[in-house]
Design a protein around this ligand. Structure first.
Ligand SMILES: C[S@@+](CC[C@H](N)C(=O)[O-])C[C@H]1O[C@@H](n2cnc3c(N)ncnc32)[C@H](O)[C@@H]1O
Length: 364
């Protein structure tokens, strides 16, 4: 489990993980670099606490260089170049990796204007509480990447403290197969306790882990957890994403659906999930998962559990779908004669910024 991934070429699963990270960073950075709100003007912080040396044995970029490449692109774009200060914290327990990374960054990027990089070679266990203190004290936007080798970075206590910071989005890598295999062992249960959770096939393991985190969210707290499963060497791993902001959740899920356009859940074909079907009237392929979402959305609207466009938007996100999927379904319900009124907006701006919450009634 603790093999050094940087001593050889990154495998396919690692490449998928980094691809998803790149997509999220590409979507996240401009939101805050161009945001003129008071808190964004104070600066944004990015913590990569298991950063590695910057690349694999073949020179393929790891997470720190993915971040800096993306920042560089935005710095050369006139719309994003005058940006808020960016503070980056690169940490890895292996000192030689951090030294290699610092050298590589100095050579490749020189001095990046308005970007301050802090390097440290400390154990995650020691640096995490300090980071939490910073997240609380500085009222700024934060992105935290926890690309651990194993499973123990976010136990219940760490998770509950991390989600207290409402301006922090985070991405966690978990060796979910390992959690599942040793789920009854106290040394695993002390971090992630899924001993009493049901899991009928191995392809669900990462969802079970993600659900364990979801269940820890205190009642009444608006918080979004999303996940993406990664098959690596025939074992199940995955990313878990957390945010207090629906827009953040939509951005992460957009990255997932870009990688898996039919299911939005994994980097491989799950044998049990059924074949994609090309729909006749739209450009998008459909799948049993999308069909199931349509059926549940119809039922929830008809039963009155969902009554507004905001409810529908959040229902989509909480089930791993995009507002555009829900929007397609609302259009379909309209053409089936189930909704009378015209266009219903599922735009983030309208619902969450302009508070344009509209009632939706679906005929039974
Ligand atoms: C999966 S790799 C991270 C890869 C990196 N994100 C990249 O893209 O290259 C995990 C890293 O965690 C470091 N590590 C392992 N245990 C650690 C600990 N307790 N604290 C901090 N870093 C640790 C390892 O040295 C390794 O570089």
């Amino acid at each position: 489990m603790t093999r050094d991934i940087h001593s050889k070429a990154f495998d396919k699963g690692t490449k998928t993980k980094l691809h998803l990270y790149r997509q999220y960073v590409e979507a996240w950075l401009p939101v805050f670099m161009t945001n003129r709100s008071e808190y964004a003007k104070k600066g944004i912080n990015i913590y990569d606490l298991f950063c590695g040396p910057g690349h694999d044995a073949t020179g393929e970029c790891g997470s720190p260089l993915i971040l800096l490449d993306t920042l560089n692109v935005y710095k050369s774009n006139p719309q994003t170049c005058h940006h808020s200060p960016v503070k980056i914290f690169f940490n890895d327990g292996a000192k030689y990796k951090v030294e290699k990374l610092e050298q590589c960054i100095c050579q490749k990027y020189g001095d990046l204007e308005n970007v301050h990089i802090n390097y440290s070679a400390r154990k995650f266990e020691d640096i995490f509480p300090e980071m939490l203190g910073n997240l609380k004290n500085r009222d700024q936007a934060n992105l935290v990447f926890l690309d651990q080798n194993g499973i123990n970075a976010l136990d219940k206590n760490n998770f509950l403290q991390l989600i207290e910071s409402h301006k922090t989005d985070w991405i966690l890598f978990v060796a979910s197969n390992f959690v599942y295999r040793f789920r009854d062992h106290p040394s695993i249960k002390q971090y992630i306790d899924i001993a009493s959770c049901e899991c009928n096939n191995k392809y669900q393991i990462h969802n079970v882990v993600a659900n364990w985190y979801k269940d820890l969210i205190p009642d009444g707290m608006e918080y979004y957890i999303s996940q993406f499963t990664i098959l690596k060497n025939n074992n199940i791993y995955g990313l878990i994403f957390g945010t207090a902001n629906p827009r953040g959740a939509a951005k992460f899920l957009t990255a997932c659906w870009n990688i898996d356009p039919v299911y939005g859940t994994a980097n491989y074909d799950i044998p049990t999930r059924g074949k994609a079907v090309q729909q006749q009237l739209t450009l998008f392929p459909s799948s049993p998962r999308l069909q199931h979402f349509k059926d549940s959305l119809r039922e929830e609207l008809q039963s009155g559990n969902l009554t507004t466009n905001k409810d529908v938007y959040l229902f989509a996100l909480n089930n791993g779908f995009l507002p555009k999927h829900a929007s397609e379904n609302l259009k379909a319900f309209k053409s089936e004669g189930l909704i009378e009124r015209g266009q219903i907006s599922l735009s983030y701006k309208k619902i969450f910024k302009e508070n344009a919450v509209e009632k939706i009634r679906l005929k039974a």
